[in-house]
Design a protein around this ligand. Structure first.
Ligand SMILES: [Zn+2]
Ligand SMILES: [Zn+2]
Length: 426
């Protein structure tokens, strides 16, 4: 449809013509029909086949011309209709920038619709409609504000709650760490308990072993105690015996003392008798010249109980000599005053009749046979000094040169005679 009433401008004749009078060519330029008739007509009135476009100099031909079909719209009306359409579409979901721009657009539309009553009515109705639609939006916004405030309050409370929870969480975390630590400690303690139980078990075994050892030791100690008691008893018995022996010894000492006193009395008696005898019979002893006298100046056998030496020292002898005068060296010569009483050469006394007083002071009866024989032999034999070693207090030989058994028999071959010939002068 060709728009009617719409004008266009021709650049050749520089005048406005109705759009229906214009024709378009291949280059796109449009010209009015009168100008086109002039362009394709020569001066002689003949037709031109082609022509250079006055707009762009492109070759254009008369046969290419065609009509223009285009709808021309009123710009103001179109703008106002566009604004009305936008207002109608606007609602609560529209963008804020569109709403802000709407005011300016409405003002422009009002200016453009000036004088066009129909457009003004359209615009007014659109504004009213928009107002009706926008009020509920504000109401909703108000309610939204209230909701928002409530939500803010709730949020604040929630934040406070969250803060409390966070604090609690912190505490819980601390407690959890503590609990974890405690659990670890518990495990450690469990391990230690296990170890302690093991140790206690081994310690128990050791204690049992030690107890057994202690029992053994206690038993041993008890045995030792018994032994000790037994020893103490024995010691007491021995002490008693020793005490008794001491008493006995004392009695014996007393006895010895008594005997010594008696002996001294006897010695004095003997001395007196000897002196008397020397005074009376000294010449008689000289008849025994045949015996090998040790020496006339040798002392007589000592009667001192203390003379333990076999042969008294020379010093002693001299001392005795001074006191007692010359005497014989006969060992074991029966001394005057002894109970044997017999003199040399007399028959043997009857068995069991010889009594002697020993060094211990006790009287004893010697067996006549053996002892008398001994006496006989010793008295008739000049004993070598190294044979007769022991003498009693009186200088008498205690030992017999021949060893005898209990029955008086010699236990070794014996030469019964004197080794040296003794000549006796009568
Ligand atoms: Zn023209
Ligand atoms: Zn052109």
């Amino acid at each position: 449809m060709v728009a009617t009433g719409s004008l266009a401008y021709c650049i050749i004749c520089m005048a406005n013509h109705d759009l229906d009078e214009f024709r378009s060519f291949n280059c796109g330029h449009c010209f009015c029909l009168p100008c086109i008739e002039l362009m394709f007509t020569n001066e002689n009135g003949s037709r031109k086949a082609h022509y250079d476009c006055p707009g762009c100099r492109a070759r254009i031909q008369r046969k290419d011309e065609h009509r223009i079909y285009i709808e021309i719209v009123d710009q103001k009306k179109a703008f106002v209709e566009c604004v009305v359409e936008g207002l109608d579409k606007m609602d609560a979901d529209s963008k804020l920038i569109s709403v802000k721009k709407a005011e300016g657009k409405i003002k422009t539309a009002r200016d453009k619709a000036e004088g066009d009553q129909e457009l003004m009515i359209q615009l007014y109705q659109a504004i009213l409609s928009f107002k009706e639609r926008i009020i509920p939006v504000f109401t909703e916004i108000e309610s939204h504000h209230a909701e928002l405030a409530a939500l803010k309050l709730s949020l604040a409370q929630s934040q406070a709650h969250v803060s409390t929870l966070e604090k609690q969480a912190k505490r819980v975390s601390v407690l959890e760490r503590e609990a974890s630590r405690l659990r670890a400690e518990l495990r450690e303690m469990d391990n230690q308990r296990e170890m302690a139980l093991g140790l206690a078990e081994s310690a128990k075994d050791e204690v049992m072993t030690a107890r057994e050892k202690v029992d053994v030791h206690v038993k041993r100690a008890s045995d030792l105690e018994k032994d000790k008691k037994r020893m103490a008893d024995q010691l007491e018995v021995h002490m008693n015996a020793a005490n008794r022996n001491k008493v006995k010894m004392k009695a014996l000492k007393d006895q010895i003392k008594t005997i010594n006193e008696r002996l001294e009395a006897k010695e004095r008696e003997v001395q007196e008798a000897q002196e008397a005898s020397q005074r009376h019979d000294y010449s008689d002893f000289n008849e025994y010249d045949g015996y090998e006298l040790q020496s006339s100046q040798h002392p007589a056998p000592s009667f001192s109980r203390n003379a333990h030496t076999v042969n008294p020292s020379h010093h002693h002898r001299q001392q005795h000599n001074e006191n007692t005068g010359p005497s014989f060296a006969f060992e074991a010569m029966p001394q005057p005053g002894f109970e044997f009483g017999g003199s040399w050469g007399q028959p043997l006394p009857a068995r069991g009749t010889i009594t002697k007083v020993g060094v211990d002071g006790k009287s004893r009866i010697v067996k006549a046979g053996v002892t008398a024989m001994k006496n006989m032999v010793t008295s008739t034999t000049l004993a070598p000094a190294n044979v007769l070693k022991k003498k009693n207090a009186n200088g008498n030989a205690l030992g017999f040169p021949i060893s005898l058994d209990r029955k008086g028999k010699p236990i070794a071959p014996v030469q019964m005679g004197p080794k040296h010939t003794i000549r006796v002068k009568y």
